[in-house]
Every structure is written in structure tokens, then in C-alpha cells.
Design a protein around this ligand. Structure first.
Ligand code: ZN
Length: 238
């Protein structure tokens, strides 16, 4: 597979790369936060490349933590889980650079890809402030039911029950692959989404898919493609 690559801007201090389409991106897409979840980054890149002309203006950050990718660990070079490190003042350069970059814009949607390494099934978090939930919730949309159907067609189960029994700060209930992530009642866990939605108002909604680690590469790319088509482009045709 020939990788199609965006003409990235490089942040020299950290090696972080981003691509911006349009002057005022309304969509922030992040391919990686944790270094043990980097496998999907080229897949996300490919899918975005294929849909580039249909997407609304977006900012794509390949990896929040190139240093964690190099180590192959969840934590970055300073031993930090970057999804628990969006703190002022920023405790590590990779966070500092992202805060500076993201602060230039107000995003409608923050789409942040993660992988659940032990999972064979799929789920995603849909996070907003409570007052935005009814008008923005994904689980009642046609796009989300088409995503669910795509996953079933791929042979990927949709998670029901507890989201992540390994992480005590989580413990949310999933329903057919969907978790509402009530940002207003959540304790500040210094995650990227909490910082953008609650602390700065830099985004209105976070969509955090957990790509099943046990799926094949081909399935993973199809899942990512379906997320973009069904939830972002709202495509109902095939
Ligand atoms: Zn992750």
C-alpha cells in the first residue's frame, strides 16, 4: 500500500506534525495520543487523504506524542500519559506545543482516535457539556446507526456494558458501542478533551473512537473510514 502523505508542518522542538486545510479549521483530528496506539496513524492518514476534498476545513495532528511512539509506551519521554497532562503550566513540551497550536482556533468537533489494545469489539465516547448533549448526541443519528451497521458487516461487535475495567477513572456504560461522556459532571482528568471543551471552550464536542486492537489492519482502516464517512461527512450512500 502506497502511503499518501500530507505536506505536514513540523514542530521542531517535539517532532509533532500537523496539516491544516483552510484558514479556520472547524474540525480537529488527532491520530495518536498514546505511544502504544501508533499503529493506526498511517490508516487515519490514508483515510483523511482519500476524503480530503470532501472534509470541512480541518487540522490534523498525526501524533500528539512522537516521543511516546518512539518508546512504544503509553507514556511520553517525560513519563507522562498525555491524556492526563493537559495542565497549566504544561508539564511537558508536547503538551505545550499542542496547547499553543489549538488555542488559535475554536473547533466544532474534536475527533481523537485511540486504540483499545485488548479489545475485539468497538465503542466510542461522545463528549459534550450537558447542555449540548440533546442537540449533538450521536447515538440517535442516522450516521451512527450506519456506522453500527458498517461494523456489523465487518464482523466487529459493538460493546455493551462497562467501557474499560482496567482504568478506574473510567467505568462508563456502553450501549451498542456508544458511551455518553458527560463532560460537565466529570472530574478534571487533564485529558485533551476536558481541556478543549471545559477549560478553554476550544471545542464543542469530542468524538473518541476506541479502535479494537484485535481487529486486522484492514478492518481497522475500514472502521476509521466509516467513522469519517458516517459521522463527519454524514454520508448515507455507499
Ligand atoms: Zn489512547
Amino acid at each position: 500500500m502506497l502511503n499518501k502523505v500530507f505536506p505536514y508542518t513540523l514542530i521542531p522542538q517535539t517532532g509533532q506534525e500537523y496539516f491544516q486545510s483552510g484558514n479556520e479549521p472547524k474540525l480537529l483530528i488527532v491520530g495518536q495520543t498514546h505511544g502504544d496506539e501508533s499503529e493506526i496513524v498511517p490508516l487515519v492518514e490514508n483515510v483523511l487523504f482519500n476524503h480530503c476534498s470532501e472534509l470541512p476545513p480541518f487540522l490534523f495532528v498525526r501524533e500528539i506524542s512522537p516521543s511516546a511512539s518512539k518508546l512504544g509506551t503509553r507514556e511520553n519521554i517525560d513519563g507522562l500519559d498525555l491524556n492526563r497532562s493537559f495542565i497549566v503550566p504544561p508539564p511537558t513540551e508536547e503538551v505545550k506545543q499542542m496547547m499553543e497550536l489549538w488555542s488559535k482556533y475554536v473547533f466544532d468537533i474534536f475527533l481523537t482516535f485511540h486504540t483499545d489494545p485488548t479489545a475485539a469489539d468497538f465503542y466510542l465516547y461522545d463528549g459534550t457539556k450537558d447542555e449540548d448533549h440533546e442537540k449533538r448526541r450521536l447515538d440517535v443519528t442516522e450516521g451512527f446507526s450506519l456506522l453500527q451497521q458498517d461494523l456489523r458487516n465487518l464482523g466487529i461487535q459493538l460493546r455493551n456494558g462497562i467501557d474499560d475495567s482496567d482504568d478506574p477513572t473510567l467505568g462508563y456504560m456502553t450501549h451498542n458501542g456508544y458511551v455518553y461522556w458527560p463532560m460537565s459532571t466529570k472530574i478534571n482528568d487533564h485529558a485533551t478533551d476536558y481541556w478543549l471543551i471545559m477549560n478553554t471552550g476550544g471545542a464543542r464536542q469530542v468524538i473518541n473512537p476506541e479502535i479494537p486492537g484485535k481487529a486486522s489492519l484492514e478492518q481497522k482502516e475500514k472502521i476509521i473510514d466509516s467513522i469519517i464517512r458516517r459521522l463527519i461527512l454524514n454520508q448515507t450512500d455507499n
